[in-house]
Ligand binder design. Structure first.
Ligand code: SF4
Length: 235
């Protein structure tokens, strides 16, 4: 069952020319934030707002389960928790720490990024999207994770699990992977609340990972299913 029926309108009315009804948008946001406050997953990188530690975590989490990345993240942060210390890290030693996760080229990437941050940004992780994506290996998702979780900016975080929620629950039309779908990111930005951005974004990610799973969703346990609300209209 899809709890949010949507008036898709004619093709030309669908995104990016959409408008989300304010009352229903607020209910959606509140349900997601409440879900996070009650059920949010706890990870060490969620207990910091240090942009560099968040950047390190996002690089480690690529193609890697969060539970697997936890111990590696903590070991890295103990020894190389600042831009300065990471820029001086021996890649051989970093690769040894990262090896359990695979993709140990991430060791070189972390060192290169840190050196670049020192050389071009005076050792401070940039708080600007264009500057962040100019760093080697940093794309839209990672840049927005740093901006949202590190700097408290109102920007969306959209991965495949969030895409699933929008497609299944909001009837959003998407045929591309999340990282390629510009309309999806525009839609996600339109749905953002003004406050508690971090809780909202993390709530969506957690909801997608724990309830709106692939291939089968657990709608019977989902707050988006049980909340009383009318249709969320996009037009
Ligand atoms: S699990 Fe929740 S978000 Fe996913 S389709 Fe079901 S009700 Fe919607």
């Amino acid at each position: 069952m899809i709890p949010f029926a949507i008036d898709k309108g004619s093709p030309e009315q669908v995104v990016p020319k959409f408008r989300v009804e304010d009352r229903l948008k607020t209910e959606f946001q509140e349900a997601v934030i409440k879900f996070y406050l009650e059920n949010g997953r706890s990870y060490p990188w969620r207990r910091t707002n240090d942009p560099f530690k968040i950047l390190v975590a996002e690089i480690l989490l690529r193609l890697t389960g969060a539970w697997k990345a936890e111990a590696v993240y903590e070991e890295i942060i103990r020894s190389y928790g600042t831009v300065e210390s990471m820029s001086k890290a021996k890649t051989k030693e970093l690769k040894r720490i990262i090896r359990p996760l695979g993709l140990s080229h991430r060791a070189t990437l972390l060192v290169d990024i840190s050196k670049d941050i020192i050389n071009r940004f005076g050792g401070r992780v940039p708080d600007d999207f264009a500057a962040l994506v100019s760093l080697k290996g940093v794309g839209r998702y990672t840049a927005n994770a740093v901006l949202c979780l590190g700097y408290g900016r109102k920007v969306p975080l959209v991965d495949e699990s969030v895409r699933r929620i929008f497609v299944r629950c909001l009837n959003f039309r998407s045929t591309k992977p999340a990282y390629l779908d510009n309309d999806l990111w525009s839609f996600a930005a339109k749905l953002l609340p003004d406050k508690r951005i971090k809780e909202y974004n993390l709530g969506l990610l957690d909801l997608g990972a724990t309830l709106c799973k692939y291939p089968k969703s657990l709608c019977c346990k989902c707050p988006l299913q049980t909340s009383k609300r009318g249709p969320l209209r996009i037009r």
